[in-house]
Ligand binder design. Structure first.
Ligand code: XLS
Ligand code: NI
Ligand code: NI
Length: 434
């Protein structure tokens, strides 16, 4: 045991009326929602990078968090960080965690050294898992922070960086498998460009497609049973990110023949940056059978960048889970809190409070979504709105052609009568549940 969370007890479900500062008011893991335990629907995960690796810097100032494992450059402190992380997982009762190689291992400044420290720290984590309830939801490689990645990883103009990226992902996939990870994520942090003046976009996209195929081949070679996930995000950090949004990624996966091998990890804040709602991104992926997992957070709607705050808006979260439930749930995926504290929230208890609040918001969203599904009002409205398409005549039309349809319009004197889309009535309906 470390002293980091001294005096703070494990969180318990106390119900909506509780006055405790630190408890669950809505997240009750064993409560059954639509025939399944809440914990199994939501599959919460803590993100190692925001909670344990980030030091509280912003573009104008450096570290504000003074954790006993900073600076993170030696194995002793990396293990202390892992000890605190596992204590936090237990106090929160979360079933999963997620990591980048650079979050968990001390940096050695060269590939062989980093592989060695990654193996050592993941052995240590695997050992801790033996006596813990928590599991690995996904691992990933940080191929965006170090200066070697500044012009991309698999899309770098330098083939040596491509090789380095391949070696890095191999090491991370091996480590994810060792930890029993249920997925492996690729977020193309620097896969994009700043200016077309120095960029061969077609070549870079082909290299990214080839790279992803190598990842899929290696997954099968080692018998990794998890799902490979790609995480879309627009305009940050590169001005033009190749994996802009769900639709762009789906087109990319189809082009390189990977549509049956790779799914999407969708992040709330990234959806907003792309000019979409979160439920839009979820519905796009679900329509293609490519909904994999979600990164749950929220952006500050005024600042226009990825602020990665804990979610606190139940109506927004409810619509996201509504579409997840409609799609049949998260499968091997989960709800990963890709969310960090504000840099003034320096106390250990803030880390627990951030997660507990987010989990309660998601639990309320899930329950509201489940009630809407049970009530069936939205589904009913859809059935009514598209009822015309149920007729044999409408279905036959889809196999017809422009000239026959013109003839039909003229012969029958068709002049369609517009009908209300009922948006406000449907919004009022949703507001009864959230
Ligand atoms: C950054 C991404 C990142 C991925 C994992 O914006 O959300 O945190 O989830 O590399
Ligand atoms: Ni993310
Ligand atoms: Ni993000």
């Amino acid at each position: 045991m470390t002293e980091f969370f001294d005096g703070i007890a494990a969180l318990a479900y106390e119900g909506p009326e509780s006055n405790s500062e630190l408890c669950y008011r809505h997240y009750n893991p064993d409560e059954v929602v639509l025939g399944k335990r809440m914990e199994d629907h939501l599959r919460f995960a803590v993100a190692w990078w925001h909670s344990f690796a980030w030091e509280g810097g912003d573009p104008f100032g450096g570290q504000t968090f003074e954790r006993p494992w900073h600076p993170q450059d030696d194995m002793g402190r990396a293990k202390m960080k892992a000890d605190v992380a596992f204590e936090m997982f237990e106090k929160l009762g979360v079933p999963f965690y997620c990591w980048h190689d650079a979050d968990i291992r001390p940096e050695q400044g060269n590939y062989a050294g980093n592989l060695r420290t990654l193996e050592e720290i993941t052995d240590y984590m695997a050992e801790k898992q033996e006596s813990a309830k928590v599991r690995c939801l996904w691992g990933t490689a940080n191929m965006f922070s170090h200066r070697r990645w500044m012009a991309g990883a698999s899309t770098n103009p330098d083939p040596e960086v491509f090789a380095y990226a391949a070696a890095t992902v191999k090491g991370c996939l091996d480590a994810t498998m060792k930890l029993g990870g249920e997925n492996y994520v690729l977020w193309g942090g620097r896969e994009g460009y700043e200016t077309l003046l120095n960029t061969d976009m077609g070549m870079e996209l082909d290299h990214m497609g080839r790279f992803l195929s190598m990842v899929v081949d290696y997954k099968h070679k080692i018998g990794f049973k998890g799902t490979i996930l790609v995480e879309p995000k627009p305009q940050e950090p590169s001005k033009h990110q190749y994996d802009y949004d769900a639709a762009t990624c789906i087109g990319f996966l189809r082009k390189y023949g990977l549509e049956n091998e790779v799914k999407l990890n969708l992040e709330q804040g990234h959806a907003i940056l792309a000019g979409h709602s979160f439920e839009h991104e979820i519905a796009v992926a679900a329509a293609e059978g490519m909904l994999g997992s979600i990164d749950m957070n929220r952006n500050d709607y005024q600042s226009g960048w990825d602020t990665d705050q804990f979610p606190n808006n139940v109506p927004e979260v409810a619509l996201a889970y509504y579409h997840i439930l409609k799609a049949g749930g998260l499968g091997t995926g989960g709800t990963n809190f890709d969310a960090k504290l504000r840099r003034q929230s320096i106390d250990p208890i803030d880390l627990l409070a951030g997660h507990a609040g987010g989990m309660d918001v998601c639990a309320r969203g899930l329950k509201a979504a489940a009630t809407m599904i049970e009530d069936g009002g939205l589904e009913q409205a859809l059935t009514e709105r598209y009822a015309g398409w149920k007729t044999p005549q409408a279905q036959e039309m889809l196999g017809s052609d422009l000239a026959s349809l013109q003839k039909r319009v003229l012969d029958e004197g068709i002049e369609p009568e517009p009908r209300s889309g009922r948006q406000e009535r449907l919004e009022n309906y949703v507001n009864r549940f959230v």
